[in-house]
Design a protein around this ligand. Structure first.
Ligand SMILES: Cc1cc2nc3c(=O)[nH]c(=O)nc-3n(C[C@H](O)[C@H](O)[C@H](O)COP(=O)(O)OP(=O)(O)OC[C@H]3O[C@@H](n4cnc5c(N)ncnc54)[C@H](O)[C@@H]3O)c2cc1C
Length: 524
């Protein structure tokens, strides 16, 4: 059979996880085709908080400014409030003055931009870099024959069917994931735990919203409980209310009922409300038992779902994509062996299992006992540790330690450091994303020579930098020795996703052999 289109990676799903896969692959020069059955982007805001770690990833590919711009309409939204009605007294689940910037830890800050604002920006950036995206196009079926994947898709506008042949398939097809179901991959966890109706509406709430919050959790006898959120459009709001699927569907919520719920939540029985959109959403807590089957990889909600408390569901999907994209690039461009792809599951799956538990506990506390919400956001964001064959010398025994401990240990996120390069102040994280980076101290010239040699002779994208005074990267704060705990002539190797792959504590007799040997192990 001839195929109508061929590509390296077929991505099914144009939500957060699929769009960022499309973006990261295009950034790395890997051809991909994305298909999504919907004609375009939803106006439902859904996930809103973009964590500093995710912003740091966008920054490393030159997208930080665009994402900040996407969040401009949300710039005044601060803190999470709870109240009986919007018109009444508010308490704070998390305070408006909570820190959003952590300059010793990361060059990036927490950013708010809901999915309706962020997704079009991600899509456009990927397409600018050559990614192909077909909306209104549904995956019908696929086969993985061991050499590649053949997918049959249908254009929902005209009913035309065609095939796409790809080396790999990314299943970014959401919580219900038809691809996961077809592969028979089971999930662990309680499954669906809550059902929400999401509704977007227009109303003038200026009288009641004395200050914009990220969200309001509203609970009173009339409506039970609901969440209210801002949107990017002035005068437009989002709300989510629980419903019982045994007795109700989206049709059980005609506009009049939504309006009554909104009026009850605001505390104004006369409020003018226009309903713009309604969508049901089943909130699950479940983690796929396998993140990979053959040439198929699961990312985002297809791989894991959990409570929105902590706001890291969609962020984790972005980080799945980032973890996977460089590995697919390395294997498809021939500078890594296919074995590298085996590291995706052991790096991302244990993390999801832990987060599923932690976020559910946090959700419980936030609703029942907000004072008792002791979750450590910085640890959740920056303390995620990996154990796999794609690193050497990682010796931790859990995903998170007791507290954040980033000193350049293998399997941890590389520490951020402000350095001056050619007169410009940059973060070490600005150097990651395209290939490997080797850092050494001011006396480590033999290591940077070795990096150049290995790059030239083995075709592995790798650049070596000395860090210190009067070298390639000037350590402006004198923080290098403390952040990386390396002497003048040791070396630390960072993967394209900003994770430490290997370190050598001092000079090596044969730095080229040492570096080349380490990379051969890491790259499968
Ligand atoms: C109403 C609502 C409110 C939410 N609120 C929050 C929140 O406050 N905080 C939070 O963290 N998370 C929230 N979420 C969840 C958050 O949106 C998800 O975690 C995130 O969007 C997951 O992204 P994803 O790309 O993995 O999956 P999705 O965004 O679900 O994308 C999957 C895509 O796959 C496509 N697809 C599926 N099957 C096929 C097929 N056969 N062919 C082609 N395309 C297909 C779908 O059309 C869809 O666009 C909310 C979700 C909804 C729906």
């Amino acid at each position: 059979m001839t195929n109508d289109e061929t590509t390296t990676v077929l991505i099914v799903g144009g939500g957060y996880a699929g769009l960022t896969s499309s973006l990261f692959l295009s950034h790395l020069g890997v051809p991909s085709i994305l298909v999504d059955k919907h004609p375009g982007f939803s106006i439902q805001g859904r996930a809103r908080g973009i964590t500093p770690r995710t912003m740091e990833i966008y920054r490393s590919i030159g997208m930080e400014a665009e994402m900040i711009e996407a969040g401009r309409p949300f710039a005044d939204d601060k803190g999470g409030a709870y109240c009986e009605t919007l018109a009444g007294e508010w308490g704070w689940l998390f305070p408006p003055e909570a820190a959003t910037s952590f300059p010793d830890l990361t060059p990036s800050t927490f950013n708010l931009a809901d999915q309706s604002a962020a997704e079009p920006v991600l899509s456009e950036a990927a397409r600018k870099h050559g990614a192909v995206q077909h909306f209104n196009t549904e995956l019908l079926t696929f086969t993985d024959d061991g050499d590649g994947v053949t997918a049959e898709v249908v254009d929902r506008a005209d009913g035309q069917r065609r095939t796409i042949r790809a080396d790999y398939l990314i299943a970014a097809d959401g919580q219900r994931s038809p691809i996961r179901e077809r592969l028979g991959i089971k999930r662990s966890g309680p499954g669906i735990v809550r059902h929400h109706l999401g509704c977007v509406f227009d109303a003038d709430l200026s009288k009641y919203v004395k200050q914009r919050a990220i969200l309001w959790f509203i609970r009173n006898e009339e409506i039970g409980g609901m969440f209210l959120t801002t949107t990017a459009e002035p005068g437009r709001w989002g709300m989510a209310v629980d419903y019982d699927p045994e007795t109700e569907t989206v049709d059980s919520f005609p506009d009049e009922r939504c309006v009554a719920v909104i009026r009850g939540a605001v505390g104004d029985p006369e409020l003018q409300v226009t309903v713009r959109d309604k969508q049901t959403w089943s909130q699950g807590v479940a983690v796929s038992d396998e993140y990979r089957r053959g040439r198929v990889f699961l990312v985002g909600d297809a791989a894991h779902v959990w409570s929105p408390a902590g706001g890291i569901g969609a962020n984790t999907g972005v980080q799945d994509s980032y973890n996977l994209a460089w590995k697919l690039a390395a294997v498809s461009k021939g500078w890594a062996k296919p074995g590298l792809l085996d590291s995706y599951h052991p790096e991302r799956h244990p993390l999801a299992e832990v987060l599923a538990e932690l976020t559910e506990e946090r959700q419980h506390n936030r609703i029942n006992d907000p004072e008792n919400d002791k979750a450590d956001d910085l640890l959740w964001n920056f303390g995620q540790r990996y154990l796999s064959g794609a690193m050497i010398g990682a010796d931790h025994d859990s995903v998170f330690g007791d507290s954040l401990d980033l000193r350049g240990q293998p399997g941890t996120r590389a520490p951020h450091l402000w350095v001056e390069q050619d007169g410009q102040l940059i973060s070490t994280h600005d150097l990651f994303s395209r290939g490997f980076v080797l850092f050494t101290g001011a006396g480590g010239g033999a290591w940077t020579d070795a990096a150049t040699h290995v790059c030239e002779t083995e075709g592995i994208p790798l650049i070596g930098y000395r860090v210190g005074a009067e070298v390639e990267l000037v350590d402006v704060d004198g923080a290098w020795p403390d952040r990386y705990r390396l002497g003048e002539d040791g070396a630390v190797l960072i993967r394209p996703d900003g994770y430490v792959a290997w370190r050598h504590e001092g000079p090596a007799g044969e730095p080229r052999e040492a570096l080349s040997g380490a990379l051969r192990t890491i790259l499968g």
